[in-house]
Ligand binder design. Structure first.
Ligand code: A3P
Length: 289
């Protein structure tokens, strides 16, 4: 939420907008030649889909796989990119640091497959894709834009909604993100989870995710990961884990807050867009809509 004009806050790379304060074109260039490893643990999600939540689950699982205590020692690229946990954020030097980290590295990103370095696909890296109902994503994104200085703010929810339905969002359009990733949804190295299913049955979700990445878990370890990743406990720790952003990031953490924002007309518009663009796809069928 800055009073600066949106043109000063954002830049465009390959037709998609990113916030200038945390991303830059040089990094995107350097990123193109980034070498992913087949044992990287990768999380992909459109902004506000629960990416920080699943990041914690995955870093805890990595810690457990290395016989470390979750939350006490950094794992994966957290070490190499502490300030900017997402792959596309920060300066180009960061990739040099990440390239020296021991396996398994943890890598999170909001990028679409056409912007993700080719090596992720070439090396058949395992990717967890988290998707969330667009109505709740929009609601969450609205509050995030107004709470975070690096993103353009919106005077009204209606203005935000109009932009959300077009290409004016940072990291691009939700619908395009989903249809681009849908092209890969069938591959066996890609697992999709919905925000809603993790919320409904976190133990089952964590179990399935661990199995996908080949990480054995005792019942006790499973419970620990579930407990540590509850909204309440992540919110409580958020200042330690995410600094001042924590407050904005861990907002409500439930399903259906869109009902407090959408007008009848906006609801119909979203339903129509969903029907036309997503509903028939594999990811659309998986989405809790
Ligand atoms: P709300 O704004 O609806 O509360 P991201 O991490 O991709 O930016 O997504 C942020 C959204 O995930 C926010 O949604 C946030 O509250 C929610 N979230 C974060 N941690 C969570 C958790 N442990 N359980 C449930 N939701 C969580």
């Amino acid at each position: 939420a800055s009073s600066m004009h949106r043109d000063e806050l954002l830049f465009s790379y390959k037709g998609i907008l990113y916030p200038t304060a945390i991303c830059n074109p040089e990094s995107f260039k350097a990123l193109e030649s980034f070498e992913a490893r087949s044992d990287d643990v990768v999380l992909v999600g459109y902004p506000k889909s629960g990416t920080n939540w699943l990041s914690q689950i995955l870093t805890d699982l990595i810690a457990i796989s290395q016989k470390k205590t979750p939350g006490t020692e950094s794992s994966g690229n957290a070490e190499g990119a502490r300030d900017f946990p997402f792959l596309e954020m920060g300066n180009a030097e960061k990739y040099e640091r990440i390239s020296k980290l021991p396996s398994p590295r943890f890598i999170a990103t909001h990028l679409r497959p056409d912007t993700l370095p080719k090596s992720f696909f070439k090396n058949k890296v395992k990717i967890l894709l988290v998707i969330r109902n667009p109505k709740d994503v929009a609601t969450s994104f609205y509050h995030f834009c107004n709470g975070l200085p690096v993103l353009p703010s919106y005077e009204t929810w209606d203005d935000f909604f109009t932009d959300f339905m077009t290409k004016k969002m940072t990291w691009g359009c939700y619908f395009e993100f989903l249809s681009e990733w849908n092209k890969y949804a069938d591959q066996e190295n890609i697992m999709t989870v919905t925000y809603e299913e993790v919320k409904e049955n976190p133990a089952l979700a964590v179990k399935n995710i661990a199995t996908f990445f080949g990480i054995p878990l005792t019942e006790e370890e499973l419970q620990l990961v579930v407990e540590r990743s509850s909204f309440q406990s992540m919110k409580k720790n958020s200042e330690k884990t995410h600094g001042t952003v924590g407050n904005v990031l861990f907002r409500k953490g439930f399903v259906g807050d869109w009902k407090n924002h959408f007008t009848e007309e906006q609801n119909k518009k979203m339903d129509k867009a969903f029907e036309e663009r997503i509903a028939g796809t594999k990811l659309g069928k998986k989405l809790k809509y």
